[in-house]
Write a protein that binds this ligand. Structure first.
Ligand SMILES: [Zn+2]
Length: 342
């Protein structure tokens, strides 16, 4: 593949935008962009049923650790709960508030529930690839990760009718972003927790957009079976994050608030009220841009393409006569032409 500048999953960057963030010029002069992300992972988690040596110990809310060499039916059933009940309840709430979200879909999971995959896109939500499996790709061989990446794209395309344009591994390894860029069809990825506005990194086909995600403004805090953590805890924490960023936006520095949800966590009857209260709170404010990852990506591709990056992209193309087979189906220039947002 063509050479490009420092690999952003190997080289570290502690500076970013520095003291003064750029004005993201959110559509309509919004003071904050709010992006909800619903993780749908059940069926893609670790289980001997998927050929794994262990059961799932991550983000199951009954406090059962990884078990080696055996299936754990109760853990498996709570992952089924997310797909069977939680996701539908969450879809109803977002429908009621008329807010569109990004669905971070694990392909191996959604294969088990095609009707749910179709419902997401039919209701205007974006399907982002959350990988083929919900596992730690830091432990997966590069060649296998490359195969999984292609498989995830194909499965989501079959389920929803169009390929995903956003990527989020969740537990990426050092190869992940390079493989995502190599695939060539993604407008952005979410495998970073490093900032509050999107940023460009160098890629083999020119600049690649990273839209930071959050494991902090995230219902993963319902993970542990550590006594009650209530809907109000969720509401208060997310409301405070929203209020802080909203005030910064009013003061002239708008940001992105990315909120992570899981069908099997916030989708429970005792927790969903936290989400409802949060949406009620947000809806009382003027100048809130509720957006999907793809909306942010389109906005950034259209408005924040740095001239020197375009030049670098052109140079890298002209110096690279033979691109790999999996060449980009989306290029920034093509994208801008077809999808310029006005
Ligand atoms: Zn996830």
């Amino acid at each position: 593949m063509p050479a490009y500048g420092p690999d952003s999953m190997i080289e570290r960057d502690f500076i970013g935008y520095g003291e003064h963030m750029p004005d993201p010029k959110w559509p309509g002069g919004a003071r904050i962009a709010v992006n909800f992300n619903l993780n749908v992972e059940g069926g893609g988690e670790a289980t001997l049923a998927n050929g794994d040596p262990v059961s799932e110990g991550m983000l199951n809310d009954i406090g059962v650790d990884t078990q080696v060499g055996r299936r754990v039916p109760l853990v498996e059933s709570l992952f089924e709960y997310g797909s069977r009940r939680g996701a539908w309840r969450i879809l109803d709430v977002f429908g009621r508030f008329d807010v569109k979200m990004s669905v971070l879909g694990v392909a191996r999971g959604l294969e088990h529930n095609p009707a749910l995959a179709r419902a997401f896109v039919q209701r205007g939500h974006e399907m982002v690839s959350h990988g083929y499996r919900w596992v730690d790709y830091g432990e997966v061989e590069e060649e296998v990760e490359r195969e999984h990446l292609a498989k995830a794209v194909d499965i989501l395309e079959t389920l929803t009718g169009s390929r995903p344009l956003g990527w989020m591994t969740g537990r990426p390894g050092h190869n992940t972003r390079r493989l995502v860029m190599e695939e060539g069809g993604f407008l952005y990825d979410r495998d970073s927790l490093s900032d509050e506005l999107p940023y460009w990194v160098e890629g083999p086909y020119g600049p690649h957009l990273v839209i930071p995600y959050s494991y902090e403004t995230n219902d993963n805090r319902f993970n542990e079976n550590s006594g009650f953590s209530t809907a109000d805890h969720f509401f208060q924490y997310m409301r405070d994050a929203f209020d802080t960023l909203y005030q910064e936006g009013e003061a002239g520095s708008p940001k992105l608030l990315s909120i992570g949800l899981h069908d099997r966590l916030i989708g429970r009857p005792g927790r969903i009220q936290g989400l409802v209260r949060l949406l009620e709170h947000m809806k009382k404010h003027e100048g809130v841009w509720f957006c999907r990852g793809i909306d942010i990506a389109q906005h950034w591709h259209a408005n924040f393409k740095r001239p020197e990056q375009t030049l670098a992209q052109d140079l890298s193309r002209s110096m690279t006569p033979a691109l790999p087979d999996r060449r980009p189906r989306w290029r920034c220039s093509t994208f801008r032409h077809k999808n310029s947002i006005t």
